[in-house]
Design a protein around this ligand. Structure first.
Ligand SMILES: Nc1ncnc2c1ncn2[C@@H]1O[C@H](COP(=O)(O)OP(=O)(O)OP(=O)(O)O)[C@@H](O)[C@H]1O
Ligand SMILES: [Mg+2]
Ligand SMILES: [Zn+2]
Length: 510
């Protein structure tokens, strides 16, 4: 017998063999049972999830010689002819190569003839979104009121390209991606039938790589057995397909956590020299950090992680905070997006790894908040003693203020930049930022008055963001420093303001 690829060999032949589309299967079975057959169905969904298979099964259910049935026999002439694609009454048309209006006209003329042998004439039009506009228009009339013995089943991976006029005349079924667990079970089944041994990691890996498409999983499986023989091992897959293994990535991440960039770069070089591409490497790292994020949020199921939870050491999980993991993932995804414009992908990767090595220095918004609050407390306990000149300054004497350190200010501005870039670039011009009671005060030099004005105009949103970052309600004030103040050092400037506020002389505390 000639070799048949697994995807074809394993094509489901009746409704119950369709995996992961329970809702659709039960709806189709019901309509057959109740003999409520629509004249047009539209099956949409990702590639390789069972659309064409379901269409053929429905065609058999309609035309099986045993009568309209949810369990077509698969043995009668009708069933056999449909499976073999040589039935005159079940016509499969590839929408991708029959896109013209003439193709549709042919169908339109043909449907007028009653089925030759069976009850129904079924047209399965695959990739229907490829039809031209005029072809769609020609179809409209036919599917609106086809002769009673005609059923159309359209299938598409791109439902948004099917005109609404067509969609609204069809019963629609959206096929879903198939779960990792279901795919793994199917692959395991096939491996068993073929007497092929396989380790769990390999099965999970194949299921994960298939990203929800059972056909992709079968195709990958075929490729793997072609070099694995009777035993599938994850190490062999990694070697042959040029992917980085979880152990190698773990080793690298441990070095990153230790900040040992010297070794990180050397290990990376070794991995790349084995023929693994930079892209694969970044995908491997990104998957690892994505899984760490899931684990940090308490999700440890294999079906979510795409590998076993045991492959993550506690030591690594504990060495990163959620914010650090998010940052790492963000950097990796960003790098992947930019890869195709890169002058040298290896350099980019090395630069990124070097940056990931300083993850522990990353200041997170919650850390900024803590720092601000600690500074505030310090300021309240420290005595900035003043000698008031007049009693009217008593109120002012209660006012406390702190200068926001430059690095924290930069982080605040960066956070703002994620929401409002223009505001962030104006804020970058500010020379000094202070917290005075519940106000955030921004000081600008005269030459940057324009930026100051812009910031003023965005007071409301800025106040909202500042309140979010600090957790307290914050007002916003903007001031322009005069020429002589501009030249003064930050400390002098601070003193000037304190003098102004407290109307007195500063007797420095410690
Ligand atoms: N839900 C499923 N249940 C069982 N097998 C499936 C399923 N989906 C896909 N397969 C397997 O994948 C093969 C291809 O499936 P099918 O042709 O039905 O996919 P499709 O959704 O029509 O894909 P495409 O959009 O690429 O045409 C089948 O022969 C079968 O082996
Ligand atoms: Mg198909
Ligand atoms: Zn039959």
């Amino acid at each position: 017998m000639s070799y048949e690829v697994t995807a074809i060999k394993k094509r489901p032949q009746n409704f119950d063999q369709i995996v992961g589309q329970e809702f659709i299967v039960s709806a189709l079975k019901n309509s057959v049972e109740q003999e409520r057959i629509a004249h047009a169905y539209l099956f949409s969904g990702p590639r390789g999830v069972g659309k064409t298979s379901a269409a053929r099964i429905l065609a058999k259910a309609l035309n099986c010689e045993q009568g309209l049935t949810t369990e077509p026999c698969g043995k009668c002439t009708s069933c056999i002819e449909i499976v073999e694609g040589r039935s005159f009454d079940v016509i499969e048309i590839d929408g991708a190569s029959h896109t013209s209006v003439n193709d549709v006209r042919e169908i339109r003329d043909e449907v007028l003839f009653a089925p030759t042998n069976f009850r129904y004439k079924v047209y399965i039009i695959d990739e229907v979104h490829m039809l031209s506009n005029s072809a769609f228009n020609a179809l409209l009339k036919t599917i609106e009121e086809p002769p009673p013995h005609v059923v159309f089943i359209f299938a598409t991976t791109e439902i948004h390209k099917v005109p609404a006029t067509i969609r609204s005349r069809c019963q629609q079924f959206n096929f879903r991606l198939i779960s990792l667990t279901d795919i793994k079970t199917k692959i395991q089944e096939v491996a068993k039938e073929l007497n092929i041994r396989s380790d769990n990691e390999s099965l999970v890996w194949i299921a994960k790589e298939a990203t929800g498409s059972l056909r992709d999983a079968y195709t990958l499986f075929d490729q793997i057995i072609s070099f694995s023989g009777n035993e599938i091992q994850i190490s062999k897959i990694q070697e042959k397909l040029g992917i980085v293994g979880v152990e190698e990535i773990s080793k690298l991440i441990r070095l990153l956590a230790e900040g040992n960039i010297n070794q990180v770069l050397k290990v990376t070089d070794g991995i790349l020299n084995k023929g693994i591409s930079e892209e694969q490497f970044v995908i491997g790292l990104a998957e690892y950090f994505r899984n760490l994020l899931f684990i940090k949020h308490g999700i440890t199921k294999e079906s979510f992680l795409g590998c076993s939870f045991e492959s993550f050491s506690k030591e690594i999980i504990d060495s990163f905070s959620i914010e650090q993991i998010e940052k790492a993932l963000d950097l990796l995804l960003h790098l992947y997006r930019n890869f195709r414009f890169s002058l040298n992908q290896k350099f980019e990767l090395e630069l990124l790894l070097s940056r990931l090595g300083s993850l522990e220095k990353l200041i997170t918004p919650s850390e900024i908040l803590n720092t601000i609050q600690t500074l505030k407390q310090k300021l309240q306990t420290k005595t900035l003693k003043t000698v008031p000149e007049e009693s009217e300054t008593v109120q002012a004497a209660n006012r406390s203020h702190i200068v926001v350190p430059q690095d924290i200010l930069k982080n605040i501005i960066d956070t703002i930049g994620k929401k409002k870039l223009t505001l962030a670039s104006s804020l970058k011009k500010c020379t000094l930022c202070k917290i005075v009671e519940n106000d955030l005060m921004f000081f600008f030099q005269e030459k940057d008055a324009f930026s100051a004005e812009f910031v003023m105009g965005e007071k409301t949103i800025l106040s909202q963001i500042a309140s979010q970052i600090t957790g307290n309600k914050m007002g916003i004030k903007v001031e322009i420093l005069k020429e002589n103040q501009t030249n003064a050092s930050a400390a002098d400037e601070e003193e000037n303001i304190i003098k102004k506020v407290f109307k007195g002389t500063v007797i420095k505390g410690d």
